[in-house]
Structures are given as C-alpha cells and as structure tokens.
Design a protein around this ligand. Structure first.
Ligand code: CA
Length: 230
C-alpha cells in the first residue's frame, strides 16, 4: 500500500509520515504542488494526503489536474482554513475526504484506512479469504485461526493481494506498491518475499498465474478472470 503525502509544513509532514508508516503504508513525501502533480500523475498511489496551501501550485489546482488527467487515487484533503466553501470546492474537485487542521493523527489514520477499504471495494477492516483472515486495523493475519508473524513488507504484500482479491495482480504492480523510490525493485526480491510468505502461511493461500501474476486462493477467481486463461 503506497501513500503520497503532499505537505509543505515539515513538522506535520514528518508526523504524517510516521503515522502512515506505522499504519502499514509505504510513504513518499513531497512539499510543493508542482512535484505533487507530477508524482500523483505518474505513479499509482493507494492514498494521497493533500494539503491545500502549497508553494508553486495550490492543492486544489493539483487535485483538479489529477482528476482531469485520469488519476483515480483516493485523495484526503488537509487545510488550515477549514471553511465550508473550501470543503465544498475540494469535494467538487474530486477529493474523497476532508480533514481540517488541527487534527489528531488517530483520526487521519482511521480515515485513511476507511478510504483504502472503500477503494478496494470492501467495507470491513477484517476480511476472510477461506482459511486466511486479514485485519487491516491491527495489521495482522491468521491462517486457520493461527496468528502469523509477518514483517511489515510481508503484511503489505498479503494485504494488497487481499484488497485486489478478485483479480490477478501483475508483478510490476505489486513491486510498485511494496517498495518506495529508494528501495530495490528487482523482480527476484518480490519472488523472495512471496517464497517467505508461502513458507509462513502454508500452501493454498497465494497462487501464481504463470505469465500473469499472483492472487489469493479464493475459489471464484477463475470465473472472474476469463482473460487470464491459457
Ligand atoms: Ca501548507
């Protein structure tokens, strides 16, 4: 799960980074509107936290450009000027949620999780996939009721497959959601994480569709993925 934080106040940005990293996100930060516009338009984020008062290009203009260019990432707007007109303008421009400053990090993280669940088409924080149960709030997973000891990277991987449970996820997309800019994005690194997860979770949880990617074993996938046959 990847998040982009767009915030020019360094202290707030650092707090947001810490809170979202703690909530299981892989976080990128940027402090001006132009860089934000570029990154949000070229990379695929699961969540964007966008401050409105930004240098170079204001947050509302950034959001309008993203939406007009087809960027569909869930966007949560932050603003010190919590007036209702700005809130309406932000939501009209395509924001998914809005939080006036000052706010509590706990509330931001709760809203971030809710946005993530909605964008994954799933409403509840605890999801069952046959023998596998994932708790997005507690960042924990169980198989047959037994708690799995997973690293943050391993949890991000299984949680992303769970949020995309009705389709096969291609390796480049998984890599993009697992690693930030400063990490190696080698395909063999992904295979190593998958292999470790399979050892921990046991057989019958993560399936490989050769030539297409990975998916959770949830039984009904074959019928929903006719293009993946052969
Ligand atoms: Ca600002």
């Amino acid at each position: 799960m990847r998040a982009l934080i767009v915030e020019d106040d360094a202290r707030i940005a650092a707090d947001l980074d810490r809170a979202l990293t703690g909530a299981g996100f892989r976080v990128d930060c940027t402090a001006d509107g132009e860089t934000a516009w570029f990154r949000g338009g070229t990379e695929d984020y699961d969540l964007i936290v966008l401050d409105l008062g930004l240098p170079k290009l204001d947050g509302l203009s950034v959001l309008k450009r993203w939406r007009s260019e087809g960027c569909e990432s869930p966007v949560l707007i932050l603003s010190a000027r919590g007036s209702w007109t700005e809130r309406v303008e932000g939501i009209d421009a395509g924001a998914d949620d809005y939080l006036p400053k000052p706010f509590r990090m706990e509330e931001l993280v709760a809203r971030a999780r809710a946005l993530l669940r909605r964008s994954g088409g799933r409403a509840a924080p605890v999801q069952s996939f046959g023998r596998l149960v994932i708790d997005l709030n507690r960042m924990s997973a169980t198989v047959d009721g037994i708690a799995m000891s997973l690293t943050p990277l391993e949890f991000r991987l299984i949680a992303y497959l769970a949020l995309q449970a009705d389709r096969v996820v291609p390796p480049p997309e998984l890599l993009e959601h697992l690693y930030g800019d400063d990490d190696a994005r080698e395909a063999n690194a992904l295979e190593a994480v998958i292999a470790r997860l399979r050892r921990k979770l046991g057989p019958g949880i993560i399936a490989t569709r050769r030539g297409f990617g990975y998916h959770l074993e949830v039984g009904h996938l074959e019928a929903r993925q006719p293009e993946a046959k052969g």
